[in-house]
Design a protein around this ligand. Structure first.
Ligand code: NAP
Length: 519
């Protein structure tokens, strides 16, 4: 029997009362650990976090809580090697891909520690300046942001067990709001291990951080009016969360990050030998292969001028041919596996659905695996599809294949390209490649309405840009419509979700005291 991972709830480690759900190595097929959340007293757990955790965090100032984030960074850095081992075993990722999850989390926490430190020793945040309410300035209105007096429940997706926790926990803890995380079952081990290390290091107040591994049953039922829930996962589960009584009746604030048909767009003036063309090709290949395409921000649709369709297919295909796929422990492997055989089935199914409307331009799906048994490993090589009639191929704008798959689409002119990007019905990110700054600026403004982030790459930023799919804490993460309508990160904007805004109407003398008193 493998180890049954404990849950950390109500300030103590508690095992579930069931046999547990096994977690597997997706390359070797071996069982690693088990998780179970059966029999937990969730009411006690949520109450403890809300009261003890909330009070402990709110007793501190923003600057002091920033210090907690910095302490968490140290704990995670000290245990980094163990996290890489777990990621290789449970997520099947090569080292560079594990880094996106693990070091991306540490970087994000460190960044919020810096931003929080600058907020100073205050307990509430002023929101704008005070304005006088009458002719004389003796009675004024000041908007104020105070931490919500509830818990933040995170229900996370399988593809980022580390970053998914910490990119949400950083702004929540900095805001003074305790966190309860429920990682996706398939990869819960890394999340649980990180929480365990932070709890054992004793760097956070009691009740500030809890973890429930296993079934999500009953979690949403615990939420009360001042709590918040942040969900990352499929649109279908997102719809279940949104329609739960906690949200629909008790006004629990909800943030949803769902699936997304992100695009990359080569501007009309690019020639096949141009720097912009090469930058697009490089980025598409990177996005298709990092974490085997299991990134919510990955490029799914590639929009190019019709005249460059064949040249682009050839250039991307040539680079994909050099991608080795298999066991991430083998130094020669560039791309590891998907997270499970179940995901492999789902990628194959999605590919078949797309193939009904798109041709295959490069097929790595049958390529030989390095050091891995195709009958066991959840590995699949990259596949580039293409549809010459981008308008008719509706599924390409609809079906998210969560793996190393993207579709090339030709456009007539820039208006057509922008219209095709909008066909994603709201996406997390689009990237633009070109050299004409005026055209790029116009396109960026047009695309901003349906995208959370517009990543514009000109030759002069070739070395400096942070990557289409890389979520930087400085920029908004989330997208309208189909992408879930969520908003995470974006610097201190992320704190809004964990705060309540109120207007205080008082004399300047009273207003001068705000922020100093404990919230
Ligand atoms: P999922 O099946 O929707 O699961 C997401 C989470 O919800 C898991 O923790 C899951 O727990 C839990 N869950 C399942 N049913 C639930 C219910 N009825 N009530 C409450 N929680 C429930 O999604 P996934 O397959 O893990 O993730 C893949 C999807 O996530 C992709 O579509 C991808 O695009 C999206 N994603 C989006 C972002 C973003 O930032 N926008 C980031 C990453 C991934 P169990 O694991 O225990 O079932």
């Amino acid at each position: 029997m493998t180890e049954l991972l404990s849950n950390y709830v109500a300030g103590r480690w508690q095992a579930g009362n069931g046999a547990g759900t096994p977690l597997f190595d997706p390359v070797l097929g071996t069982e690693l650990v088990r998780v179970d959340a059966g029999g937990l007293d969730l009411a006690e757990g949520f109450g403890f976090a809300r009261e003890t955790g909330g009070a402990g965090l709110r007793a501190l100032t923003y600057k002091q809580r920033a210090g907690l984030l910095a302490a968490v960074v140290k704990v995670l850095q000290a245990n980094r090697d163990a996290y890489y081992e777990i990621a290789t075993a449970n997520s099947g990722t090569v080292k560079n891909d594990s880094a996106v999850d693990i070091d991306g989390a540490i970087f994000t926490l460190g960044q919020y520690a810096k931003w929080g430190d600058a907020l100073g020793d205050v307990h509430a945040l002023r929101d704008g300046d005070a304005v006088k309410l009458g002719k004389e300035p003796v009675f004024q209105s000041q908007h104020l942001q105070v931490p919500t007096r509830g818990v933040a429940l995170f229900i996370n997706a399988f593809n980022f067990p580390s970053w998914g926790l910490w990119e949400k926990a950083a702004p929540a803890l900095l805001s003074g709001v305790p966190v309860i995380v429920k990682p996706a079952t398939a990869t819960a081990w890394l999340t649980q291990r990180m929480v365990r290390d932070v709890v054992e290091a004793g760097v956070l107040p009691a009740g500030a951080l809890s973890v429930v591994c296993g079934s999500s049953a009953g979690l949403m039922d615990q939420l009360q009016g001042f709590d918040v829930v942040s969900f990352t996962g499929s649109a279908d589960t997102g719809a279940v969360i949104r329609s739960h009584a906690a949200v629909a009746q008790r006004s629990v604030r909800v943030n949803i990050e769902a699936d997304s048909l992100n695009s990359a767009l080569l501007l009309p003036d690019a020639a096949p030998d141009s720097e912009s063309f090469k930058l697009l090709v490089r980025e598409v290949v990177r996005e298709m292969t990092v974490k085997s395409g299991q990134k919510c921000t990955a490029i799914r649709r590639i929009l190019v001028p019709a005249a460059l369709y064949d040249a682009t297919a050839e250039a991307i295909g040539a680079k994909l041919a050099g991608i080795t796929v298999g066991n991430p422990r083998n130094e020669g492997v560039r791309m590891g596996s998907l997270v499970s055989r179940g995901q492999l089935d789902s990628v194959r199914e999605g590919l078949e659905a797309l193939k009904a409307q798109a041709g295959v331009l490069y097929d790595g799906s049958q390529a030989q695996l390095v050091d891995a048994d195709p009958a066991v490993a959840a590995c699949i090589g990259p596949v580039l599809l293409g549809a010459r009639d981008a308008d008719a191929a509706q599924r390409v704008h609809d079906v998210e294949v969560f793996g190393p798959v993207a579709t090339l689409l030709p456009y007539r002119d820039l208006d057509h390209a922008v219209a095709l990007a909008h066909r994603g019905q709201g996406s997390l990110v689009t990237s633009l490649y070109g050299a004409d700054e005026a055209a790029l600026g116009r396109a960026a403004v047009q695309l901003a309405a349906s995208h959370g982030r517009v990543h514009v790459i000109t030759p002069d930023v070739a070395q400096a840009h942070t990557g289409h799919g890389n979520v930087m804490p400085h920029s908004l993460h989330g997208g309208p419509g189909r992408a879930g309508g969520g908003a995470e990160l974006g610097g201190l904007r992320a704190l809004d979700f964990y705060h309540r805004r109120a207007a205080v109407q008082a004399s300047p003398g009273v207003l001068g005291q705000l922020g100093l008193a404990q919230a």
